[in-house]
Design a protein around this ligand. Structure first.
Ligand SMILES: C[S@@+](CC[C@H](N)C(=O)[O-])C[C@H]1O[C@@H](n2cnc3c(N)ncnc32)[C@H](O)[C@@H]1O
Length: 220
């Protein structure tokens, strides 16, 4: 079991009871995302946590595959879906790194409060997980969208880069990567995405982006 799996498994129960910190912003993000949905859509959510967002979106699309590294998060998500009689969401314990799907599989991919928690394996200047963004691009159908809400700590808390490894070592935090909104936008456009929607509710708040795959492109 990896350190990340242990960390998220351990806090799953507490995480499921935590109230949403900014309910109006959450509602706006749900509404904007649903504006892109159609009833026949196939959706992937990675880092789905305890499943609340997938369950809310479920009635608006055909199917959601919701994955998370933590078996405990997935167990909570599944029990909530069962209790609410939601049958078109498949919850699975799987990492985004392990996920293996054919190109052009999904109409929409959601990555909410997750990109800053992933390793950039590119060994590049930015801490943004560029290879995973490229992977999301590949798995989207032409015209498909990637909706992401991401804490970009590099803009207002660049010093977090120093304490993040200490906090992780002590088990207080998971892996946290520090990058700026502009670095995230650049990584998305470098992967081939066009930014269709971008909104940041406030200075220290997560940026919400809907990035679109050009509908003339089926690969690269
Ligand atoms: C901050 S929580 C966000 C959960 C949910 N998306 C939300 O907005 O409430 C991050 C989630 O990502 C999961 N996670 C962390 N690393 C992951 C990975 N490599 N692949 C898939 N899930 C991961 C964690 O288990 C956790 O549930």
């Amino acid at each position: 079991m990896t350190t990340a799996t242990k960390f998220w498994d351990k806090i799953a129960e507490k995480y499921s009871k935590k109230p949403i910190s900014d309910e109006p912003s959450y509602q706006k993000k749900l509404q904007v995302t649903q504006g892109y949905f159609k009833p026949d859509m196939q959706v992937l959510e990675f880092g789905c946590g305890t499943g609340s967002t997938a369950i809310i979106h479920a009635p608006y699309v055909k199917h959601i595959r919701a994955i998370d590294i933590s078996a405990n998060m997935i167990a909570i998500a599944q029990s909530k879906a069962t209790a609410q009689d939601i049958n078109n969401v498949t919850f699975e314990q799987l990492t985004i790194e392990e996920l293996d799907v054919e190109d052009c599989t999904y109409d929409a991919v959601l990555g909410l409060s997750i990109l800053h928690l992933l390793e950039n394996k590119e060994n590049a200047i930015t801490a943004v997980p560029a290879s995973l963004i490229a992977k999301v691009y590949q798995m989207l159908k032409p015209g498909g969208v990637f909706a992401t809400s991401t804490a970009c700590l590099g803009d207002n808390m660049p010093w977090f880069k120093i304490i993040a490894p200490i906090g992780k070592f002590l088990g207080f935090f998971p892996l946290v990567k520090v990058f700026k909104v502009q670095e995230l936008v650049t990584s998305l456009t470098d992967a081939g995405f066009v930014i269709d929607y971008q909104w940041q509710p406030g200075k220290n708040k997560a940026v919400f982006i809907v990035a679109k795959k050009d509908d003339t492109k089926s690969d690269s």
